[in-house]
Ligand binder design. Structure first.
Ligand SMILES: Cc1ncc(COP(=O)(O)O)c(C=O)c1O
Length: 438
């Protein structure tokens, strides 16, 4: 094998495909937003904005989420805070609702979205991240409940409180982090039963469940014959929706769940805008975190453009461009995986019973005859094929055995690389695995 003359195929990058970015829609929404000079000055689009974020965007997101998730009670704008994206929001959530002197552990789904580890580290939780395994039904809630039970009664943490107690927030004893729908990296969907159990566990152990719900709207049927490229409603309620009704609703005003949404995966990460949803009191407490109180919420100006888009072109763009195109790419990749990789002993997670699949990623578990690190290295050096190995998705600092199961896997993204390269990329991977197994 030799990479000479092979063009790069990038299955590594989890970014939206540049050719599909909604340039025209954003231009038009920007023009409309900029033409409203009143809004630019009197509504203070170019000044500091409200702590919760730009009110028209909160309203339009609330309407949009209500129609997509169809929760038992409609989403209201006062449950929503605008953010600078899911990662920035995670940082604010931790600043407002945790204290390393009181919050014991951060429980993270494993394999995990690797960038989240550093956000936890930044706010003082280095060495206190704990892995919770995942199977085809999502987070292993039995494992989680057993581990949390082991933390009872709470052992006092030998350090003074790092934060001033404020009336608008509370300090949770644990944080549970997950990506319940179309997980990064596994692509899995957490079942409804698991989601409900998760809420009950969080309530029992004073935990805050933080979910990155950033891929939920990119969904389609795994069977092309069903022809359902466009799904207009969510395949599962969010954990925050379940917390709103389960067993009579939240056990206190703050609730036990926050949903992090983002425009990064559906419009473009350069917009750096997202939203958080929780109970009214949680949303208010989040908006009072120091960095937000200093002049109001992130992305005030961008929010005006996005508000136009959510109300006008976004649903159409999702239904006619993104979902059908990503569905086609996904199926192209899976056809190639079935043809070239499954015969080599590579496996992928089983889709849930509804047959819904989506997001950006396919997880490939490699056979014991090869090592993922070696496969990734040889693929890069000799085939100009870029992949992420399972080791990238370890929960940092947790040496438990439950992290071993996915080390010998690779994540492939079917969104970034051009469609005509997807089959070639899978063929290159097959050639590498075959050569290394020999
Ligand atoms: C699970 C997950 N959460 C958050 C993010 C980042 O979102 P944002 O750009 O809104 O910070 C990503 C991006 O890859 C992701 O996969």
């Amino acid at each position: 094998m030799g990479s000479a003359g092979l063009s790069e195929i990038n299955f590594r990058l989890g970014w939206p495909n540049p050719g599909l970015l909604p340039v025209k829609e954003l231009q038009s929404a920007s023009q409309t937003a900029l033409s409203k000079s009143e809004a630019l000055t009197k509504d203070s689009l170019l000044e500091y904005g409200p702590d919760h974020g730009y009110i028209p965007l909160r309203n339009s997101i609330a309407t949009w989420l209500s129609s997509f998730y169809q929760p038992k009670a409609a989403v209201t704008a006062d449950r929503i805070c605008i953010s600078g994206g899911a990662s920035q929001n995670l940082s604010c959530v931790l600043q407002a609702f945790t204290d390393p002197a009181i919050t014991q552990y951060i429980w993270m789904v494993a394999p995990t979205y690797f960038c989240a580890c550093r956000v936890f580290d930044d706010v003082g939780f280095a060495g206190r991240l704990r892995a919770v395994p995942e199977d085809d039904e999502g987070l292993d809630v039995v494992f989680l409940a057993e581990e949390l039970a082991r933390c009872e009664p709470p052992t006092p943490i030998s350090m003074p409180a790092t934060k001033t107690r404020r009336s608008w927030n509370k300090t949770y004893r644990h944080v549970i982090y997950a990506v319940p729908t179309f997980a990064n990296p596994s692509g899995r969907i957490m079942s409804l039963a698991r989601r409900e159990t998760l809420v009950r566990i969080a309530r029992q152990y004073d935990a805050l469940v933080v979910t990155d719900d950033v891929y939920d709207m990119l969904q389609w049927d795994c069977q092309p014959s069903k022809g359902q490229n466009v799904r207009k409603t969510a395949c599962q309620p969010r954990v925050v929706d379940i917390d709103a009704y389960l067993d009579g609703g939240p056990i206190d005003d703050f609730g036990n769940s926050v949903s992090q949404g983002s425009f990064s995966k559906i419009l473009g990460p350069g917009l750096r805008t997202g939203w958080a949803e929780g109970t009214l009191r949680f949303a208010w407490g989040l908006s009072q975190c120091g960095q937000t109180r200093s002049g109001g919420c992130a992305s005030q100006f961008t929010a005006a453009i996005l508000s136009e888009m959510v109300e006008t072109s976004l649903p159409q763009y999702m239904q006619t461009v993104l979902q059908p195109t990503y569905a086609r790419r996904y199926r192209t990749m899976m056809d190639a995986v079935v043809r070239h990789l499954l015969p080599l002993g590579i496996s992928t997670p089983v889709p849930d019973r509804s047959g819904t699949v989506g997001g950006y990623y396919v997880w490939l578990q490699l056979p014991e005859t090869v090592r993922a690190a070696e496969v990734v290295k040889v693929a890069r050096e000799e085939m100009n094929l870029l992949l992420h190995p399972g080791s990238l998705f370890l929960v940092e600092g947790d040496a438990s055995k439950c992290q071993l199961s996915f080390l010998n896997g690779v994540r492939v993204c079917f969104v970034w690389a051009e469609e005509e390269l997807i089959v070639a990329g899978v063929e290159r991977l097959a050639a590498v695995v075959e050569a290394l197994s020999a």
